[in-house]
Design a binder for this molecule. Structure first.
Ligand SMILES: Cc1cc2nc3c(=O)[nH]c(=O)nc-3n(C[C@H](O)[C@H](O)[C@H](O)COP(=O)(O)O)c2cc1C
Length: 276
């Protein structure tokens, strides 16, 4: 990553949507970096087939593999089984998932205040020679947000960059992301990528004015996979061509049906997004 000279446009991980076909399309039309949906490293360590399927990359689309979990023993075991493919540009640790079954195990957004545990996982990945980033919310709840647990984490952990989804874990998508936090995150001196409700060129300019090193877009990219090209001022291909390219990738890679079903469902714009 070249944060000194480049402002990054990233596709967010969205479970059961952003498979390799969708990531390839977004990268072809402007996304500089993509991420796999979350994958439990305990399941990878136990050789679960559908988890390993999520990790397959297929082409050179720059992709970080997003891992979720807490127990170092499983992370170490998984890393001993892993070998990097073309397109792989490091790991991302999920410290944002708000799903109750994840949080009750101390994982996802429950990890934001577990600083020594997070440091340990980051070190295990780095010691294997891989880059590692963090994707996080602002805390488990309003109390944690008010106590700025997110700043403690960003200050204490040595990751390449931090994607900050500007909501705490109890907030739904109906509540607006709180972009006011980005300036104080940037003031830590770390590389901060802004996430949450970013859709327009004006939004991007605002995020740049906070000093962030990039933006990450999720739901707006599902509705319009050409959003990165639009925001960067690239020449846009006809939508029908993009649709054809996506369908061709599906033919070649044959992902489970739910991925295309979920994407088409949301492109009709009648369904609300739900996470976890
Ligand atoms: C259906 C759905 C699935 C998601 N899956 C993941 C995931 O696997 N990993 C993750 O870090 N975030 C996940 N997220 C959160 C998004 O990556 C992103 O942080 C959030 O949607 C806010 O960005 P946006 O306003 O651009 O959509 C998910 C969100 C939704 C709506």
């Amino acid at each position: 990553m070249d944060f000194k000279n480049k402002f990054y446009y990233m596709l967010a991980p969205l479970e059961d949507m952003t498979d390799s076909c969708f990531r390839t399309i977004c990268h072809r039309y402007g996304a500089d970096l993509t991420m796999t949906e979350l994958i439990r490293f305990e399941s990878l360590a136990k050789n679960n087939k559908s988890s390993w399927d999520r990790l397959k990359l297929y082409d050179d689309t720059p992709t970080q593999v997003q891992l979720i979990g807490t127990r170092d023993i499983f992370l170490k075991k998984f890393l001993s089984m892993f070998s990097s493919e073309k397109g792989f540009v490091g790991f991302n640790l999920n410290l944002g998932c708000p799903a109750p079954n994840i949080v009750s195990n101390g994982a996802g957004s429950a990890m934001i205040k577990r600083i020594s545990k997070t440091k340990k996982l980051v070190d295990i990945i780095k010691n294997k020679g891989y880059d590692v980033s963090i994707k996080m919310r602002l805390g488990l709840n309003q109390f944690e947000k008010d106590n700025k647990v997110y700043l403690n984490l960003i200050n204490s952990v040595d990751a390449d960059f931090f994607v900050v989804h500007a909501r705490h874990a109890k907030q739904s998508y109906g509540e607006k992301a709180d972009w006011k936090v980005f300036s104080e995150c940037v003031a830590t001196g770390k590389n901060i990528i802004a996430n949450g409700d970013i859709k327009t060129r004006e939004d991007v300019e605002k995020i740049k004015s906070f000093g962030c090193k990039g933006i990450m877009i999720g739901r707006a990219a599902i509705i319009n996979p050409l959003i990165f090209a639009e925001l960067k001022g690239m020449t846009l291909p006809p939508a029908a061509q993009v649709q054809k390219e996506y369908e061709q990738l599906i033919k070649e890679r044959d992902p489970p049906f739910r991925y295309r079903k979920n994407i088409f469902k949301h492109q009709e714009k009648t369904v609300e997004f739900k996470e976890g």
